[in-house]
Write a protein that binds this ligand. Structure first.
Ligand code: RB5
Length: 160
């Protein structure tokens, strides 16, 4: 059996308000050599964002995919749902600065975007930064970021 490089697998979901941006993002990712899991929605018919956030969050937690991308109108509903899942750190970003620090400081594993808030070019630029920025916590002198994430995990465990 061939070994799959999970670092190149991205799982995506959107509702109707994020459907068009999701299509653009899938095109971009495939051009960049990523393997894509599309969890829907598959048209711009009105639907409910939790139905698409859940499978994406599960893909990331289970290790089926390295990162998740979730898009609704504002990105807020998707963030709320994704962050219910222990182990998910979903970051709603509308600029590259937030995307950079979501990865460097928060080790975010899901990017959420507002399809009605930002245009395609900005979304792709945010995505590029998100995918190409490493977590800083592994570097000497940056251990505080690991400590902070461990505190999040502790809270998750206490709430189980
Ligand atoms: C759908 O109209 C809209 O509410 C949804 O896409 C999202 O923005 C929710 O957070």
């Amino acid at each position: 059996m061939q070994h799959r490089d999970v670092s190149k697998i991205i799982t995506l979901g959107s509702d109707h308000a994020g459907f068009h941006l999701k299509r653009q993002i899938i095109k971009y990712l495939e051009n960049q050599g990523y393997e894509v899991i599309d969890r829907g929605t598959l048209s711009d018919e009105p639907c409910d964002y939790p139905d698409f956030a859940e499978p994406v969050a599960r893909d990331v937690i289970s290790g089926n995919a390295r990162f998740g991308i979730l898009i609704c109108g504002t990105g807020i509903g998707m963030s709320i749902v994704a962050n219910k899942f222990p182990g998910i750190r979903a970051a709603l970003c509308s600029n590259e600065f937030s995307a950079r620090y979501a990865r460097q400081h928060n080790d975010a594993n899901v990017l959420t975007l507002g399809g009605r808030v930002i245009g395609t070019d900005l979304a792709l630029s945010i995505l590029h930064v998100f995918l190409n920025t490493d977590f800083a916590g592994v570097k000497p002198g940056e251990e505080r970021h690991v400590r902070r994430i461990e505190k999040i995990s502790k809270i998750e465990s206490a709430l189980k």
